[in-house]
Every structure is written in C-alpha cells, then in structure tokens.
Design a protein around this ligand. Structure first.
Ligand code: AMP
Length: 305
C-alpha cells in the first residue's frame, strides 16, 4: 500500500463528438489519471502548465487530495489537444496537438516523489517518461506506462527504451497493433510483452479491456451505457482506477490485478458519460461501489447445473 506518482499531460482540450462540442476544457492524461486514482489512494502529480491555466482546475485536483506541488507553472501556453469523434466513438481523430510548455519541460521530482512505490508514466513524450524513471531513488515496486500513436510514430526509439523498464503497459487496441506491427491482438500482446512489460492491458473502448500476463488472459466487457457523450480521457481514467486500486492493496497477486481491471473499467464508464471531468467531479464512493457491483453482475455465470 502506498503513494502513487503520475507524470503526464495536463491539458486544455477542445473536443467535438456527435453529441456536442466543448472548447478548452480541462483534460490531459495525468489529470484524468490522478482524479480517478484519488478515489483509491494518495496521488502525486508531475506535469507542466502555462500562465494561461485556470486556477480553478488546480483547485479541483487539490480538493480531491491530489498533491499538486509537482505541477510546474511556467512561462508560455498550456498544452492543447483538439480532437473529434464520429459515430464510432472508439476512434479519436487528432486535429491538432500543441505541446507548448511541454516542448522544453523537465520534470523535477522532490525527495518524497523519488521514493514512491507506485509509478504511472501517463501518455506523454517517452523522453520525459525516461527522465522520471532516471530520477527515482529506488526502483518502485510497480511501474506502468501508457502511450499513443503520436509517440509510437514520432519517438519509437525512446518509447522502446522506456518499455524495457516497465512492468505494465496500458494501451488501446489500435495502438497495440501499431506498436507491435501485428494485426492479431493476441500476437501483438505477446510481442509487446517481449519488449519489457510482463502485463499488457489492452483497452478496447466500448468492447472493454483485456489483460495479458503470466497467468493467461483476463477479459472484462465495458459497461453497456445508454448515454455516452465523450470518450476523451476514458483510457487515462481506466489507468487511474487500475493503478489506484493496485496501490491501495497490501499484496499484488493475480486476483488483485483482475479486480484492478474491473475498477479501471468502472471509472472509465463514468468519464464517458459527460465531457471533460464533469461526471467524475460529481462522483462519490457509493457510485463506484454500485457500479462495481453492476459489473460483477454483468460477468456472473450463476450456479452451474
Ligand atoms: P484518452 O484517455 O486516450 O482519451 O486520452 C485523452 C487525453 O490525452 C486528452 O485529455 C488529451 O489532452 C491527452 N493527449 C492527447 N494527445 C496527447 C499527447 N500527444 N501527449 C500527451 N497527452 C495527450
């Protein structure tokens, strides 16, 4: 049990889906991750924002108990992402990525952050992910990583270096295929495991998530929701629920990892119900427990005949 550190993006997102449109709302891989994980454990966040970043967003994270002392505010503009979804909400089209302050950001880890037992390298430049790993005073008990097509295409060598040093990767199905150069997901997961991580969690949007590890496969469906408005952040929220739950447990074994995949799916199912973090910010522990029970029902087989 212990502290969870995340390094990733904190962003202003502009998103259009068939159900609406928002401009420069709170987003970013580290933001969704930290907010979701904060329901399970103590979270520290390392990221950069510009002078234009609204203070109310920092307050929101602080109110959830997220340690934001590693949120470095610098001269310049906050990271911006512009994306769009068609009726197939599983596929985001990136219209624009402006790194802004992340272009020359160097994460600086304080003493306590260098000693956390759980580290999540959220979707961000793999060179920054490597930089954080290098600063750790001791190897964390568990290191996980996420990434996306932008970095697989633009920074493959650095990504391969960091992949060689992590225990877990969470990645969406298209990007798993792209990273492995393999169309079949089972073969792609095996190829990715050969790159370093012993556990590969493939996120499949409305089709759920699959975990590949030494013990074999584990598969969880997505919760069948009637109101899905914006899938942005679902992957990072999944990772937040997954890692947050792992960090809250005394011991990590296969059944804890399986429950973590369910908690990841529970948290992601809330994020997609509204734009930005709007649904997450009205969430309470009882909502999480109720949906966990609903998931349990969803995959229950009942007594055998
Ligand atoms: P997802 O959970 O995969 O939907 O991630 C969505 C979040 O990732 C958005 O809030 C974006 O701000 C952020 N994002 C998009 N592109 C990048 C990128 N190249 N690097 C880091 N974060 C990104």
């Amino acid at each position: 049990m212990g502290d969870l550190l995340v390094v990733g993006s904190v962003a202003l997102d502009s998103v259009q889906t068939p159900f609406g449109k928002v401009r420069e709302v709170l987003g970013g891989s580290a933001t969704y991750f930290a907010y979701a994980a904060s329901f399970f454990t103590k979270v520290r966040l390392i990221a950069a924002v510009g002078e234009d970043f609204p203070q109310e967003h920092v307050r929101l994270l602080r109110e959830r108990g997220v340690d934001v002392t590693g949120l470095q505010a610098g001269a310049g503009r906050t990271f911006r992402w512009v994306g769009e979804y068609g009726y197939d909400l599983n596929e985001a089209t990136t219209l624009d990525t402006q790194l802004n302050v992340f272009a020359d950001f160097r994460p600086v880890l304080g003493g306590a952050a260098r000693r956390v037992p759980y580290l999540f390298l959220a979707n961000i430049d793999p060179d920054l992910q490597l930089d954080v790993l290098r600063q750790m005073a001791e190897r964390p008990q568990l290191v996980a990583l996420d990434t996306m097509n932008f970095w697989i295409e633009g920074k493959r060598a650095a990504l391969r270096r960091v992949l060689g040093q992590v225990d877990v990767i969470t990645i969406n199905d298209r990007e798993a295929r792209q990273l492995a150069g393999e169309a079949n997901l089972v073969k792609a997961a095996r190829a990715i495991r050969a790159m370093g991580p012993t556990t590969v969690v493939v996120k499949r949007g409305e089709y759920g998530a699959m975990m590949f590890a030494d013990g074999g496969f584990f598969i969880v469906p997505a919760y069948p929701l009637e109101s899905v408005y914006d899938p942005t952040g679902a992957g990072d929220t999944f990772a937040g629920g997954f890692m947050g739950y792992l960090a809250s447990e005394e011991r990590l074994d296969e059944s804890v990892f399986r429950r973590a995949v369910v908690y990841g799916s529970v948290m992601a199912s809330f994020t997609v119900e509204d734009f930005s973090l709007n649904r997450l910010t009205s969430l309470g522990p009882a909502d999480i427990a109720d949906r966990y029970a609903a998931f349990h029902d969803l995959i229950r087989l009942g007594a055998s005949a």
